[in-house]
Design a protein around this ligand. Structure first.
Ligand SMILES: NC(=O)c1ccc[n+]([C@@H]2O[C@H](COP(=O)([O-])OP(=O)(O)OC[C@H]3O[C@@H](n4cnc5c(N)ncnc54)[C@H](O)[C@@H]3O)[C@@H](O)[C@H]2O)c1
Length: 357
């Protein structure tokens, strides 16, 4: 087990990198009362882990289809469950599942009795490299995603490679888009490393994967430590996301993976930065080529320039003008304020015409 500590907003978060699920339960104390909020499907795929949790006397609240249950009703049910189990401020909550569960768990932890300690055991790649790092918690409200939430850090995060074995390939690639993003906004070396280890990553080789996840988390953790409340550098983590939100809106009837939209969004941002004269051609090619190594399947994604552009304009993060994260080079992101909506619209049309799915 490897352990890293990072500080954010005067909290210390301990990140633990492990190979086996039993190492996670072995780290739990016999003298603490734990309540686990778990993705029911993932727990059923790891029955011996469930038994180990029960042996540690954890009470378990299981959730089916957590993204659909990431709401105020489930929040209330969990609070009632914890109250019934006499959980108090000295006890500890644990989130076990993908980002929907870790977001919900963090939000419950931040509000139960004005805040209770919590651990995260993220089981999807997206939750390991993104959702469980950085202290953003939340639930959906009505149709608006993550409308209610807080900034509240866990004290421990357990990143365990064993859980990724049951994640299907498309979910894996969904999360991997964030790993690619972290590399693109950090350095050419990081991107070259991803390219050269792509085959081992795609077969989920444990050692390669843990090293790659650890490096990716370190990138995000460092940005978050500098800018917990997203006033500056943390905005760079939105690289590709403004375009991606537009693409997701254009596909709302038949939802697509967020990560796949992020990959197209990053390709759009890279090419736009190149065409505006910021990003050198060879850096653009390096990023595009690295992405190509991971064989994303975009065949079911609808790309409609009008809808994408309109959604980008109404994005909650854009006020009067559309702000985009672009690059001056790999590892050099900056915020670009778009002065001509018409130019951007024409660019999106052109990108789509030239894009090979
Ligand atoms: N807090 C943040 O900073 C942050 C950042 C990014 C995303 N998010 C949130 O994270 C959520 C998306 O995360 P996600 O993609 O993990 O979603 P998710 O939790 O819905 O998981 C996706 C699917 O993978 C399954 N799954 C998870 N782990 C598995 C495993 N080990 N084996 C088999 N199946 C497994 C889940 O059951 C689900 O079907 C969204 O709610 C999003 O808002 C939060």
């Amino acid at each position: 087990m490897r352990n890293l500590i990072f500080e954010a907003e005067s909290n210390s978060v301990s990140l633990n990198f492990l190979k086996e699920a039993s190492e996670v339960t072995n780290s739990l104390s016999d003298n603490v009362k734990y309540c686990v909020i778990a993705d029911a499907k993932v727990l059923s795929m790891h029955p011996s882990f469930k038994n180990q949790l029960l042996e540690k006397n954890c009470s378990i609240f299981e959730i089916n289809e957590p993204e659909k249950q990431k709401n105020i009703e489930t929040f209330s049910e969990i609070i009632a469950f914890m109250q019934k189990n006499n959980m108090n401020r000295n006890d500890c909550l644990i989130g076990f599942g993908g980002g929907a569960v870790t977001d919900l768990t963090g939000f419950v932890a931040s509000s139960y009795m004005r805040g209770i300690k919590y651990f995260q055991i993220p089981t999807s790649l997206l939750a390991q490299v993104d959702a469980s790092i950085g202290g953003k918690t939340g639930i959906n409200f009505g149709h608006i995603k993550n409308f209610v939430g807080s900034f509240y850090n866990p004290t421990q995060v357990f990143i365990c490679a064993a859980f990724l074995k049951t994640l299907n390939d498309q979910e894996f690639l969904n999360g991997f888009s964030e790993v690619i993003k972290h590399s693109i906004i950090t350095s050419k070396e990081s991107l070259e490393e991803l390219k050269s280890t792509s085959q081992k990553i795609l077969v989920k080789d444990t050692d390669t994967l843990l090293k790659c996840i650890e490096e990716s988390i370190q990138i995000k953790a460092q940005i978050v430590a500098e800018d917990f409340k997203e006033k500056g550098a943390r905005k760079y983590l939105n690289f590709g996301h403004t375009f991606a939100h537009g693409i997701e809106s254009a596909n709302h009837k038949d939802p697509i993976f967020h990560g796949h939209a992020v990959i197209i969004g990053m390709l759009m941002a890279l090419k736009y930065a190149k065409e505006l004269g910021f990003l050198p051609e060879d850096s653009y090619e390096l990023a595009r080529n690295a992405i190509d190594h991971f064989n994303y399947d975009f065949s079911n994604i609808e790309l409609d320039a009008e809808v994408i552009f309109e959604a980008m304009k109404s994005d909650k993060k854009n006020t009067e003008k559309i702000n985009l994260v672009l690059l001056k080079d790999i590892g050099c992101p900056f915020i670009y304020e778009e002065n001509s909506n018409e130019n951007l619209k024409q660019y999106i049309k052109k990108f789509i015409n030239e894009f090979e799915k």
